[in-house]
Design a protein around this ligand. Structure first.
Ligand SMILES: C=C(O[C@@H]1C=C(C(=O)O)C=C[C@H]1O)C(=O)O
Length: 284
């Protein structure tokens, strides 16, 4: 492909950014959207089958020398996130060496959970990675971590488990922003296709602005496809989630990387380097 392959997280959390994305602004085969769960998108980005778009912020940190971050885009929260939950059979305070089942769709949240349980709560859990099925996970473990739509659905149909929001726990311990996904670009793509990248980035900012300004339309569609109530989606999109990437978001993310490096989850604390659309030069 001569154009650009762009990731698209296959969860409802991303809808305000993609609802008004105009693929027809680009020529034939110029831009392709690849819908997948975050762990698969991370893999595609690392292998080069995806050029740019949202990936787990942990994946950016793991491979930051190969990527840059696109400005003003993220999936973040400053407090509860609403779709990343640890479910447990007993209160967290009663668990010391619990067996925790981790979803195989995530990279950021599974490592955020390790930081929260081990570093902040002083626990010593044992982890198993599994497919996102709460019933199966809980039949084999004391607790289960789900993200995205699996977590939303499980929270609506919770048969009585204790439920912990990881955004809320991170905020309670640090007071900082937590960024779960960033829009990354492979450095070679930024170098080889600066003009197309500028147009793609511009289109993302346009669709984000319109999606947030016309949230009622985004919610009408998500309700039709997924269920839930209007107040629920309003709170999720406009209360819990933030799609910006400010200096404060960056500070929170770099602290997350420092905590991850302390636990040996990252080889070193990653530096966040933001792509500058104005300085990009066309490849010669
Ligand atoms: C808020 C969320 O953020 C996400 C969590 C991710 C992760 O844990 O790796 C990656 C992308 C985001 O979709 C969510 O999925 O609920």
């Amino acid at each position: 492909m001569t154009g650009m392959r762009i990731s698209k997280i296959s969860f409802t959390n991303i809808r305000p950014i993609y609802h008004f994305f105009r693929l027809d602004e680009f020529g034939d085969n110029q831009v392709e959207l690849i819908p997948q769960v975050p762990s698969q998108l991370n893999k595609g980005m690392a292998e080069g089958t995806i050029d740019a778009g949202p990936v787990s912020s942990f994946e950016y940190g793991r491979n930051y020398k190969a990527y840059e971050v696109l400005p003003d885009l993220s999936i973040s929260s400053h407090g509860p996130v609403g779709s990343i939950f640890l479910f447990t059979k007993r209160p967290l305070a009663d668990l010391h060496e619990p067996h925790i089942a981790l979803t195989d769709t995530s990279a950021t949240s599974v490592n955020l959970l390790r930081i929260i349980l081990q570093t902040f709560e002083g626990m010593n859990p044992v982890y198993t990675t599994m497919a996102s099925n709460l019933e199966v996970m809980m039949s084999q473990a004391d607790g289960a971590l789900l993200i995205g739509d699996d977590a939303l659905l499980a929270s609506w149909n919770n048969p009585g488990y204790y439920m912990y929001d990881l955004g809320e726990m991170w905020y309670r311990h640090t007071g900082m922003w937590m960024t779960y996904a960033v829009w990354a670009v492979r450095r070679e793509t930024a170098h080889q296709k600066p003009e197309l990248l500028r147009r793609v980035h511009h289109e993302f900012l346009h669709s984000k602005k319109k999606g947030l300004a016309e949230l009622d339309e985004v919610i009408r569609q998500v309700k039709e496809e997924f269920g839930g109530t209007e107040p629920f989606w309003k709170k999720y999109y406009a209360g819990h989630l933030s799609y910006n990437f400010t200096t404060e978001h960056k500070k929170g993310l770099e602290y997350y990387y420092a905590c991850a490096a302390d636990l040996g989850l990252l080889a070193e604390p990653a530096k966040v380097e933001v792509w500058d659309p104005d300085s990009a030069q066309p490849a010669v």
